[in-house]
Design a protein around this ligand. Structure first.
Ligand SMILES: Cc1ncc(COP(=O)(O)O)c(C=O)c1O
Length: 413
């Protein structure tokens, strides 16, 4: 156990409004900026350049906390970790042949604690709750973030209130419940869960951990980008495929690359950032095609990839900015295409992935066929979750159905 006064050497300097640039002090409880937009954490990179170098990572922890100087938590003792991050990078040689890519890689986020990349964001957010003395948190979730929040809150001894759609995969409900969270099933989507949290937070004294309404989940998720850079020897791939719901991973990685360049650890080259969504819920794809700065609420959102069932995201303009600045694009795929791609990953590569991961392979096929990407491009796919959390989707793929959380626990409202 580390003593309270050991510093992580975090170089956090302040927070900044993502639209107006207004500055806010670090070390205080924040949600949105005064203008109502997401806040971004900023660091004293000049100072970091002098006392942190790439070689020192050889001795760093094999988790996302290896990048602690570029994360907001100031004291080691406040870090709430279940060994998240530093996930494997697989070269997909057999699938590469089939999709005509010479240089195809998959970062497997399914091996994280609670089986998805959500562990990264929630490890960071709950660590900051501990630093700031927050004792009660609430989250609206498409499913996986609720499970991850519950796990980290359990470790930190923080009360967790989780609101998830009634038809989430059963695993999401059971894991959150098992970690001791107060779970409510809602008739509706993540946006309806968000309304419940917003309505209750003043009277219940909850701190709202909604996507981008607090500034630290994005910091945890940006480590996906830091790791990719390190694992590729500090050169970035030509394209990154990211399954986009709230967009936090995409925004975080884009931020990570800018910070790495300021540190002098990578050059100016950036991957094309490819936002992948489901045909049944594609607000970012639509906004990208229409050249709009913001997305519009997607009516009747429906997809087997529950993490992509986000009809409108607070940070949509930041996701779209990353896609455009990188000369990337946005692609929608059908549920059948994504599950067929999941099966190909399983049969050819021995990887049992979430539909969100399969969606990226399905999107890659489209962009190879259209010529947007070439055979020699180095491609990185993010599989954001384990297939083990999606028994319903896999059962459906094989022609059967399983009950969802709401079917098994109909009394829970
Ligand atoms: C497995 C999975 N992939 C992707 C996403 C989308 O993540 P983001 O909010 O970073 O776009 C989610 C969100 O719930 C998810 O659970």
């Amino acid at each position: 156990m580390q003593s309270k006064d050991i510093s992580t050497a975090s170089a956090v300097s302040h927070l900044e409004c993502s639209r107006t640039g207004e500055r806010f002090e670090a070390g205080q409880i924040h949600d949105l900026s005064a203008a109502g937009w997401p806040l971004l954490v900023r660091y004293d990179i000049k100072r970091l350049r002098q006392n942190w170098d790439r070689d020192s990572l050889q001795n760093a922890p094999r988790s996302m906390w290896r990048y602690a100087p570029l994360l907001p938590v100031r004291l080691t003792n406040d870090i709430v970790s279940l060994q998240e991050g530093f996930t494997p990078l697989h070269r997909l040689e057999r699938l590469a042949e089939r999709v005509e890519c010479d240089d195809l890689w998959l970062k497997d986020e399914g091996v994280n604690p609670t089986g998805t990349f959500k562990a990264r964001g929630l490890s960071c957010a709950i660590s900051m709750c501990r630093e700031l003395g927050i004792r009660k948190v609430a989250i609206p979730t498409a499913g996986n973030a609720g499970g991850a929040l519950a796990a980290y809150a359990a470790v930190a001894g923080i009360d967790a209130y989780v609101f998830m759609p009634r038809d989430v995969p059963l695993a999401n409900f059971l894991e959150a419940k098992s970690f001791g969270a107060n779970v409510t099933l809602i008739d509706g989507l993540i946006t309806d869960c968000g309304k419940r949290v917003a309505d209750g937070k003043a009277s219940e004294n909850w701190f709202d951990i909604s996507t981008l309404k607090e500034p630290y989940r994005i910091e945890g998720k940006k480590t996906m980008g830091l790791e990719a850079a390190e694992q590729f020897g500090w050169t970035l791939p030509d394209a990154i495929f990211y399954p986009t719901g709230g967009g936090v991973g995409m925004i975080g990685m884009w931020k990570a690359f800018a910070e790495l360049e300021q540190l002098g650890w990578i050059g100016a080259k950036r991957p094309k950032m490819i936002s992948v969504q489901a045909e049944g819920c594609q607000p970012i794809v639509r906004a990208f095609q229409q050249n709009a700065e913001f997305s519009e609420f997607w009516q009747g959102a429906a997809t087997i990839a529950s993490g992509l069932r986000v009809p409108k995201a607070l940070g949509d303009f930041l996701t779209l900015r990353a896609v455009r600045e990188s000369s990337g694009t946005a692609v929608a795929v059908s549920d059948i295409e994504m599950m067929d791609a999941c099966e190909e990953l399983a049969t050819r590569e021995g990887l049992f992935v979430a539909p969100e991961g399969g969606a990226c392979i399905a999107a890659l096929k489209k962009l190879r066929q259209s010529g947007f990407l070439s055979m020699s491009d180095r491609i990185l796919i993010y599989n954001t979750g384990s297939g083990y959390k999606y028994m319903e989707a896999w059962a459906l793929h094989y022609g059967s159905s399983l009950p969802t959380a709401g079917d098994v626990f109909p009394e829970l409202r």
